[in-house]
Design a protein around this ligand. Structure first.
Ligand code: C2O
Ligand code: CU
Length: 509
């Protein structure tokens, strides 16, 4: 079933993984204060009376992703940097962002997680005409809720995001909690060839029907970092954003107790996540408070342990000689609530939503496949099990839609008859059934929802999210008030799954 060149590329990647693996010593040293925050890129913020203006240009650029003796990587980037410039505003402000398209193809920008008016949502053909090469589109919207968000194209997302188009969007609380540093880590995952260039095998059937385009090079703020300098006694607010096409992260902080205070930008009762591991599917965010309880000179690893047997060290916390304070802060950590209306569960309509398709492959059972970590043996046996949903491959081995479904329908583009019509102002519970052997981070536009149940059990924190990660065969219940009128995308944020049909439209009128 696979075109031979796909196998060749994957074998190359398997080799490359050794070059760029976070497991081996990385060439690029990002230490101390020099460790890049994303705030430094010029986005021309101008402070108006109540409108904050930015200008971003989507175009071609070069990035020192790997560093050392490796060449720069040709990327598609906002304002020439990966990630794109940080857009930062205060809760309640209005943003005006002019987006100029200097790519060779159409694009749009979606403000992931921000509850914008429909016309500003950046979905090609559904909410706007795509921005043609050479054109500029001005987005303007209020930011009603504080939190950690991000922006990315919604046009040919797999390739546009996969080549580097994405950036952080931070909305500060009106009243902040006390921390010593507010740090953004944009986590990304790249599939690089031996010359550090992006593997052009976008849209291949293997990725589309398995776990998406998992890469072989993980970056933090566009670099492969070695270390991150910290000081004894300091409290860090770490905003984690997963902008990868397909990789799921499970971060463990040796010697520290990460305290999650927000998911997907939305405050949650502060808690240590299960097993101390912060799990982020594609598009998901977490705000984590870290009290740096080590001693001067200490060194602790931050490890990504999500995929069994494929753990690697992301970077090391390295304690500087000067402590900041003797004992950690004991000031309050709770973030002020945001503005989502509370769903009325008694009156809520219930809707069943079933996700289907993909390779059934019991041997893989939703385990790790793809990218540079894939062994040749798995390639050989991996296509057994049959395809659900009638995916097709053209002679060049490129995938078509039809691999994944929502309620039995495989989307062929952004414009679709809604599979759900919700009454404006009404409360809904969606029961999400993952009938596949794979993980899916499911994202709803224009709203945040509470995750109220998993596999029939109520969740402990009833967390607000805009993207919920469904494990293979898992069932989750989400609840929200449909208070934002318009046609809203509802899709898997593994961008290859989305492109291969796992997407639909929910209409709120
Ligand atoms: Cu982050 Cu439909 O997108
Ligand atoms: Cu998916």
């Amino acid at each position: 079933m696979l075109a031979p060149h796909v196998i060749e590329i994957d074998e190359d990647l398997n080799m490359n993984y050794k070059h760029f693996s976070p497991l081996s010593r990385r060439a690029f040293l990002g230490t101390g204060a020099g460790f890049a925050l994303t705030a430094s890129a010029p986005a021309w913020p101008a402070r108006g009376s109540d409108i904050r203006e930015f200008r971003i240009v989507a175009g071609h650029g070069r990035a020192r992703l790997v560093g050392g003796r490796h060449p720069e990587t040709a990327v598609w980037a906002y304002n020439g940097t990966v990630p794109g410039p940080e857009i930062r505003a205060r809760q309640g402000e209005r943003l005006r962002v002019a987006v100029e398209n200097r790519l060779d193809e159409e694009t749009t920008v979606h403000w992931h997680g921000v509850r914008v008016p429909n016309a500003m949502d950046g979905v090609p053909h559904l909410t706007q005409k795509p921005i043609a090469p050479g054109e500029t589109f001005v987005y303007e919207f209020d930011v009603p809720d504080a939190g950690t968000y991000w922006y990315h194209p919604h046009q040919r997302g797999s390739e546009q995001v996969g080549r580097g188009l994405s950036g952080p969007l931070i909305v500060e609380e009106r009243t902040a909690i006390q921390v010593d540093r507010d740090i953004v880590w944009v986590l990304d995952d790249w599939r690089l060839l031996e010359d550090a260039q992006i593997s052009p095998d976008f849209g291949n059937m293997m990725d589309a029907s398995h776990n998406g385009r998992v890469g072989n090079t993980v970056t933090v703020n566009g670099r492969i970092p070695e270390t991150f300098a910290v000081r004894s006694g300091e409290r860090i607010r770490l905003r984690l954003i997963n902008t990868a096409n397909a990789r799921i992260f499970g971060l463990e902080f040796a010697g520290h107790r990460p305290l999650v205070v927000a998911y997907d930008g939305q405050p949650v009762e502060s808690h240590e996540p299960k097993g101390g591991r912060v799990v982020l599917g594609p598009a998901m965010r977490a705000d984590v408070l870290l009290d740096m309880t080590g001693k001067p000179g200490d060194r602790f690893g931050v490890t990504d342990t999500f995929y069994d047997g494929l753990a690697y060290r992301l970077l090391d916390f390295v304690y500087e000689q000067e402590p900041l304070r003797q004992r950690p802060l004991d000031t309050p950590v709770a973030l002020a609530a945001n503005t989502m209306p509370e769903p009325n569960l008694k009156a809520a309509e219930r809707h069943e939503v079933t996700f289907g398709g993909g390779m059934m492959g019991g041997m893989m059972g939703g385990g790790m496949m793809g990218g540079g970590m894939m062994g040749g043996g798995m390639m050989g046996g991996g296509m057994m099990g049959g395809m659900m949903g009638g995916g097709r491959i053209d002679p060049r081995g490129m995938m078509h839609n039809g691999i994944w479904t929502i309620n039995g329908v495989s989307a062929t583009g952004h414009v679709h008859d809604p599979f759900l019509n919700l009454k404006l102002g009404g409360s809904s519970v969606l029961v999400l059934h993952n009938n596949t052997a794979w993980h899916h981070p499911i994202h709803l536009h224009g709203h945040s929802f509470r995750v109220i149940g998993r596999n029939g059990n109520p969740t402990r924190y009833r967390e607000w999210q805009d993207t919920v990660l469904l494990a293979p065969r898992e069932r989750a219940e989400i609840a929200f008030v449909a208070d934002n009128p318009g046609d809203w995308m509802f899709h898997c944020h593994i961008l290859e799954h989305q492109a291969a049909g796992m997407m639909g439209v929910i209409r709120v009128i």
